[in-house]
Structure formats: C-alpha cells, structure tokens
Design a protein around this ligand. Sequence first.
Ligand code: ADP
Ligand code: MG
Length: 295
Amino acid sequence: AVPVAIVSGMSSCARRGVLVKDGRALEQLAQAHTLFFDKTGTLTSGRARLVAIESDPAFGPDEVLRLAASLDQACKHVLAEAVVSAARERGLCLSLPTRVEEAAGAGVRGIVQGQAIVVGNFPFVSETAPTLPAWVPAFLRRLGFDGVTGVFVSVEGRICGGLQFADEIRPDTPRALRLLRKAGVTRITMLTGDHREVAETFGAVLGVDALCAEQKPADKLAAIEATRAAGRIVIMVGDGVNDAPALQAADVGVAMGARGVAAASEAADVVLLVDRLDRLADALLIAIRARRIAV
Ligand code: ADP
Ligand code: MG
C-alpha cells in the first residue's frame, strides 16, 4: 500500500495544479538531484513573435512566410503555431499541404502547391538544401541575441528565406530554478532542439550547469539514459513530441500540460496542469516532506 503521507503529498500537489500519477513518482521527486529541461515551451513561454524575415527576391517576405505557414498548419509545435499566426496577422492566404512529414525537434517537410517545402532549424533544412544564399551567415550570427531563434525555409532544394522569432523566458522560470536548487537540485542541464547560439544565450541568462543544443528526440533520450546509467535519479521536464521518449525514460518525467502536446503528458509521470514552472519546485518540497514522514 502507498503510505498515507505519500497519498497526502499527492493531493497537496494536485491542489497546486501538479498531477502526480503515482506514489513512486512522488518518492523519486524527493530523491532526484539531477534535472534536465527542454527549452522552447518549457523554460521559455514558446509564444514567439515574428521579428524579421529574410527572403530571396524571387519570393519576397510574404511568400516565404506563406509557404512556411501553409506547411506548419499541419504541425503542433509551438513555433509552428507562431509561424501560422504571423501569416494570419498579415492576412496571407494559406494553401493546404500534402505528404507532410514532421521531424520532431528539427522541422517539417511536405508539398505545397506542387512544390517540395522544408521548414525548420538550420541543420535540418540545409541537409536537403546545401547551397547557402549570401544572407545566411549574417542571419545565423544574429541568432541568440535578444532570444531570437531562426526558422529556415527551402523550396525545391533551395533555401529561399528565413524567419526570426523572439521567444521569452517564462516569468516564473528564474524563481523556479532558484527554488529547485534550494530544494537540493545540484545539476540543471538544458536539452534543446534549437540552434547552439540560441541555447547558449538562454543558458547563460538562466545559469544552467550544462546544455546540449540541436538535439533530436533520440539524443535527448540518450542523455537521460546515460545519466541514469551513472546511478543518478533523473527528472526531465518538457512540452513537446520531441521530449516524449526522454520523459518516458526519466525516473520522473514532467510534462508542461497546460500548453504542451498530449504525447508529452501521456509519457510523463507528473503533469503541470497550470502553465507555471515554479509549481514544480512546490511539488519537490511537498515530496521531500512527504517522504520524510513516510520512511
Ligand atoms: P526545444 O527542444 O527547445 O523545445 P524544438 O526542438 O522544439 O526546441 O525546436 C527547435 C528548432 O526546430 C526551432 O528553433 C525551429 O527552428 C525548428 N522547428 C522544429 N519544428 C518546427 C516546425 N514545425 N516549424 C518550424 N520550425 C520548427
Ligand atoms: Mg519544447
């Protein structure tokens, strides 16, 4: 049977909007000192604003945005939502994409009006569009400044433009990290599918102990497995499809349930039902107290 103190800890968490799926998860929360965080949509709000467009003159900024948004209509990624709403705000008329293949944490491929379109981060798009237009190096150098991240767009194997989005650290993230450290967390690592430059800027501002950028879902999973194999109890926090394998593999997977995808909440042991990261720190303190009484 689950000890009464653990059950009561689970209900205290629930009152704060933290769903702990079982007693084991609460006990592990109390014992973990190693934390992994996804970036976009987890440490940041993921409500990115479009701040600049670079485009090949043959297309122009509106057509670059329209093609990207047409494809991103089929995706649930937070940046995909930002691309679509930027296009809607400009009154652009989107086309329905076909043969859409999403590569979680990297981008998406598909056909729009008979043309092969790829949208996503630089490593992903340049894989199938190796020739770089003259504006690309300067575009890449701007990534990271003011929290700007980049989404590249290629048409028929040629990069035709890039979109810059500004994302923000959640207002409660710095406090959450401070409280987690006070509660005994000794190592915080950021695992992100985003570009290295962007990861380093956010990582420095937040004071994380380590970061891994341009991570595919399998890379995030491998990071969790290696740390567990070294004997640590691991918490992983994420919101996306690309986080699901890592959430599943962690001792405690924590999903951003309020805006994250269902696949993340399903893979997780703990779901934050409110869109606030500081509630995770509350849950950790509750878990530590409950475990002290229970054992
Ligand atoms: P994180 O792991 O920090 O949550 P993601 O892996 O979700 O970050 O996203 C990383 C990068 O992948 C983004 O910066 C973006 O360039 C690109 N990306 C992934 N999916 C899409 C998409 N559907 N539309 C546009 N860009 C995408
Ligand atoms: Mg994310």
